[in-house]
Design a protein around this ligand. Sequence first.
Ligand SMILES: C[S@@+](CC[C@H](N)C(=O)[O-])C[C@H]1O[C@@H](n2cnc3c(N)ncnc32)[C@H](O)[C@@H]1O
Length: 389
Amino acid sequence: MRAALPDPTSDEAAHAARVHDAIVGRIRAEGPLRFDAFMDLALYAPGLGYYSAGAAKFGPDGDFVTAPELGTVFARCLAEAVAPALAAGPADLVELGAGTGALAAGLLPALESLGRLPARYRIVEVSADLRERQRARLAALPRALASRVEWLDAPPSEPWRGALVANEVVDALPCRLFELREGGLAELGVGLDAGGRLAWRDLEPDADLASAVSAILADGRDRPRPYRSEIRPQVPAWLGAVAGPLESGLAVFVDYGFPRAEYYLPARVMGTLRCHYRHRAHDDPLVLPGLQDLTASVDFSQLAAAGRGLGFDVACFASQSAFLFACGLPGLLAEAATLDPVSLARLGAEVRTLTLPGEMGERFQVLVLSRGLDPRALPFVTADRSGRL
Ligand SMILES: C[S@@+](CC[C@H](N)C(=O)[O-])C[C@H]1O[C@@H](n2cnc3c(N)ncnc32)[C@H](O)[C@@H]1O
């Protein structure tokens, strides 16, 4: 049962109707869609999808809050983490999915104060609407910083060195939905019911899905039937495209998720797919198309294995809390003694949200892939618990 959601405004309802019509048009033309195709349309269809149209999305007036939106603590610690990759010679920083530009706005000044400014701060953003927001926000930075920022239509394909960062991007990549039933494996897609409304439809799983699901079941654990979950078989190819040409440096992925053994727990019978609408989380992706965020947790074992497959080392897998403490958070807390009461209260609230186990501290994980760097120079290796992967 879905809890009551706030009513959309009339403009939002009209927008949802346009997105709905576009999806229905695709289904009428092509038949039921795989869930990843539905998610791609609902989130990224140009001018229509949740990330591609003008919805507020981030912050108190939006649907969710991300770590860089809370203040500058996350960005300052991340600057400490990536600084070793920007130490010698010209190096770039590539940010995937930069949202409102909050992380770039915090990272650039923090890197400047560490003496580790990248030659270029390159943003790969699929949403035209968010690109414009990023441009407006980053134009307000001092010229010496703003002039380093550029936007790319695709990840760099030439060899490069430096650091890649992606906060809450992998969870936004479209996923496929599967269900283990008494009769075998089914894929869940989206079609139309007799009244022309969006409705779940069974699809025949293809060989890619079947082999990805068998890899999950290879742990031999007994799972109840029905058992529904999600998977992103495209992750190895996606990682190859975004990080493959990184010759020397770090790739940092921060997101909610689990090592595989915790992700596909027998008890997690409904998977992790969630929808966010005005700070309410629920599990019906077929309503409010284009108005709500759709997301599923990240299988960090899959991401780490894909990284190793590309020749990276897994330098760190840690909870966000442990990672931030290893990357300079204690030093930032020591500065608190110099703050006025209002700034102190703000810092306290920010650090609590970033680190407490019931907030982001343990739900969010950080995976760092490295290539060609001395592990002794990396501040976060003390937090590493990659044995969990
Ligand atoms: C949940 S938001 C996170 C935004 C930002 N990183 C933050 O932490 O506030 C996901 C972001 O990833 C972008 N995105 C999704 N898929 C992407 C892809 N394949 N490549 C680059 N950006 C992508 C979205 O448009 C959006 O900016």
